[in-house]
Write a protein that binds this ligand. Structure first.
Ligand SMILES: NC(=O)C1=CN([C@@H]2O[C@H](COP(=O)(O)OP(=O)(O)OC[C@H]3O[C@@H](n4cnc5c(N)ncnc54)[C@H](O)[C@@H]3O)[C@@H](O)[C@H]2O)C=CC1
Ligand SMILES: Nc1nc(=O)c2c([nH]1)NC[C@@H]1CN(c3ccc(C(=O)N[C@@H](CCC(=O)O)C(=O)O)cc3)CN21
Length: 269
């Protein structure tokens, strides 16, 4: 917890438009972890916080209580998720899909800004693109005010996805989720859970610096910077950095291309 607070204090100096605080379905500890940290970000650092709310394993009563606690902390933004399914643990019945949760939050707390997750390369459980976009439209119609993407390394996938969203009448801002590679093991673990296409240029970095963590970090950061410049210049509405609790990643990006962020998001975790 102390480490995270130090990281957050460093991130504050970057004045991001928001900082989101993740939460795992695995642990069932949203009140002690996510809410506490979100409260610190929102009320001590004065940076708007978005609390991740994965609800597949929560009851409506539990979500109600969490929303009340968020209100008490003066936080009115959530990332409404189903979250990762734990194969050995059956889900609760109230929020089978994120759209069920979005509807519920929208009714309970009509003033909340609700973000939803989206998948430029299709959610791994979706049978095809059409059904994925169909259910994404349902999430937006249920009350999402913005979408944040799963991490990706190939910008063309993102822009293709944005076109498909526009065709489907999905008109809310789509914030691009970028994970600068700082740690090989951690990156591989997360990439495995996504269907992210790894471009040749990206794989070359991974191969060349397999045994050189310092150079991997340097090259990974440069890759992210290149990706972000391309996203901004081609019209992305915002960038969300998955900083994995490493403030220096965001600080380095700010130093290099911070002036491009005037009209864009630049948050973390
Ligand atoms: N803290 C975070 O940032 C976390 C993010 N995640 C991400 O969240 C993902 C799952 O959550 P969400 O995207 O919110 O889930 P979601 O409910 O929007 O979608 C999950 C899957 O169900 C499908 N689906 C959605 N609504 C449906 C419906 N009514 N009928 C049939 N199928 C439907 C979707 O196309 C997708 O394949 C995980 O796979 C993971 O990538 C997971 C945990 C934490
Ligand atoms: N499938 C999936 N699940 C997620 O939870 C998730 C996504 N995708 N995509 C976007 C973000 C990124 N998230 C992340 C990414 C990394 C860590 C992480 O660094 N975890 C630590 C372990 C933390 C712990 O459990 O103590 C690690 O070392 O991997 C956590 C959440 C959550 N989100």
């Amino acid at each position: 917890m102390d480490n995270i607070v130090t990281t957050l204090d460093q991130l504050q100096t970057l004045k991001p438009r928001f900082i989101s605080v993740t939460c795992s379905n695995n642990k069932n500890d949203i009140e002690e972890t996510t809410l506490k940290l979100a409260g610190y970000i929102n009320n001590t650092l004065n940076i708007p916080a978005i609390a991740h709310l994965p609800a597949a394993y929560l009851s409506a009563e539990q979500v109600k209580r969490i929303l009340t606690e968020l209100n008490a902390l003066n936080i009115q933004q959530v990332l409404a998720l189903r979250g990762d399914i734990i194969p050995t643990v059956p889900c609760k019945k109230d929020f089978r899909y994120a759209s069920d949760l979005i509807k519920f939050v929208h009714i309970q707390e009509p003033t909340f800004k609700i973000s939803g997750a989206c998948y430029p390369e299709i959610h791994p459980e979706s049978p095809d693109l059409v059904s994925d976009i169909h259910y994404l439209k349902q999430k937006v119609d249920a009350g999402c005010t913005q979408l944040i993407t799963q991490l990706f390394f190939d910008n063309d996938k993102f822009f293709g996805f944005k076109e498909n969203c526009a065709l489907a009448g999905i008109n809310v801002p789509i914030i691009a989720g970028i994970m600068p590679i700082t740690n090989r093991k951690q990156a591989l673990r997360l990439i495995k859970t996504t269907s992210a296409h790894l471009p040749k240029k990206f794989l070359a970095i991974f191969d060349k610096y397999e045994h050189d963590p310092e150079s991997l970090r340097t090259a990974g950061l440069a890759y992210a910077v290149d990706q972000i410049v391309d996203l901004i210049t081609r019209g992305a509405e915002g960038i969300h950095l998955y900083t994995m609790n490493h403030a220096e990643t965001a600080i380095n990006i700010q130093k290099t291309i911070g002036s491009l962020f005037n009209t864009n998001e630049q948050p973390s975790k």
